[in-house]
Write a protein that binds this ligand. Structure first.
Ligand code: MG
Length: 409
């Protein structure tokens, strides 16, 4: 990628904060929204852009484990992954963390010669909703200014509080902007400014444009939207989740499943998670719940993810006598892992006996419980085959099922 553009542009993503104001036991940049952690979404926002040739993340000492785990699970293309450098370890303050990231960008990573970039965009890991338009507008502004930041003109009326927390006065908001990120600079300028600030013992600048101002650099304001706000509190996190749910386009996928088990001597059958007294049992490696097997295959079919026999081979002794809700719950887990949800399922049992209707609601409730679905999304019905065929001869029971799964498009 590098060399395709006249200037090389790196992004430095600051993920070294310990901010747990958002609740939970991990800093907010590691909290999950949608199908992955916040910081991976932030990395992706930059890594997908051809203009960006390197992604340097700065993490807190000791966060390596959680950082690598999320990164390895995230879906980046090989070209995107190639841009992501080994993370740098941050310092005590945001300012020192950025300086350490700049130091890392100024030196080659082990084994990979990588010249320091011409431009650097510095961005908060907790702003995953940054748009490509904003990133490109900041880059464009660097064509004529040594610095440029994303910012939002203030819309609210500002009040200065007195000691008694009454209004001392109204502050004129004209000309006031709220600083966001990315904040872009010519690399050499901001690197030198940070170096001088550190050498001068200054360490509490809260953003990089403040360091740039202190160093006398001109910094342009690029109009951004409030969508690119920082996730700080639990309510920000909930908002982010809602916005993602609204913006992620889901598409329906349908799958079908079919299964048969023969009768063997016994006194009860398991059907759709319910044990029903009967003059025989169903024979099989597991509990032979033909309904749950067909349904598991229907969900796996909707995902295009193999079948029950592939994930739970009958040759594996672990599944001998297994309760089939394990298989169905595993299919549901696979749906969740893909960021999807099950819309509805429907099972038809084919047998002369036992009679299904007295047990239908218990079966629907059992399936709803296993899949964590509203029972209204679960259909169970049965039919005889008019005495025809193997089911008609009472040699066994067949089941067919369908499932509709909503998956991110
Ligand atoms: Mg089966």
């Amino acid at each position: 990628m590098q060399g395709a553009y006249a200037v090389s542009i790196a992004v430095l993503i600051v993920a070294a904060g310990r901010g747990t104001r958002a609740g939970g036991d991990v800093p907010k940049q590691y909290a999950r929204i949608g199908d992955g952690p916040v910081y991976c979404r932030t990395i992706a926002a930059f890594a997908v852009l051809e203009e960006i040739s390197a992604v340097q993340v700065v993490i807190r000492d000791g966060d390596d484990g959680i950082y690598w785990q999320g990164l390895l699970e995230a879906e980046f293309t090989p070209a995107q992954r190639e841009k992501i450098r080994i993370p740098a370890i941050g310092g005590d303050t945001r300012q020192s963390s950025v300086f350490k990231g700049l130091l890392a960008l100024a030196s080659d990573p082990p084994g990979t010669p990588c010249p320091k970039p011409d431009l650097v965009l510095i961005h908060d890991a907790a702003r995953p909703f940054v748009s490509a338009e904003t990133i490109r507008a900041v880059i464009a502004a660097l064509g004529t200014s040594p610095g440029a930041i994303a910012a939002v003109p203030l819309a609210d009326t500002l009040k200065m509080a007195s000691d008694r927390r009454t209004i001392a006065r109204t502050v004129d908001r004209a000309g006031l902007w709220r600083a966001q990120t990315p904040q872009g600079f010519r690399f050499d300028d901001i690197f030198a400014a940070h170096g001088r600030a550190a050498a001068a013992g200054l360490k509490d600048f809260t953003d990089d444009s403040a360091v740039a101002e202190w160093a006398g650099l001109d910094v342009a304001l690029v109009a951004d939207t409030p969508d690119n706000s920082k996730i700080t509190t639990a309510s920000d996190l909930a908002d982010a989740e809602r916005r993602l749910a609204m913006t992620t386009t889901m598409e329906p996928r349908t799958g079908t499943g079919f299964d048969v088990h023969r009768f063997a001597p016994g006194d009860s059958v398991w059907l759709c998670g319910v044990e029903i007294p009967h003059e025989a049992r169903l024979d099989g490696h597991s509990d032979a719940d033909v309904g749950l097997h067909a349904l598991t295959d229907a969900i796996l079919g909707a995902l295009g993810d193999g079948d029950i026999g592939q994930h739970f081979p009958p040759s594996d002794m672990r599944w001998k006598g297994a309760a089939s809700h394990v298989f169905l719950a595993d299919a549901a887990r696979r749906v969740a892992e893909r960021g999807g949800r099950i819309s509805n399922v429907d099972v038809t049992l084919l047998c002369e006996a036992p009679k299904i209707s007295p047990h239908r609601d218990a079966m629907r409730a059992a399936i709803a419980e296993i899949l964590k679905l509203d029972v209204a999304r679960v259909g169970v019905k049965a039919t005889t085959t008019e005495g025809l065929g193997f089911t008609g001869r009472r040699e066994g029971i067949a089941a067919m099922a369908s499932a509709t799964v909503m998956l991110p498009a």
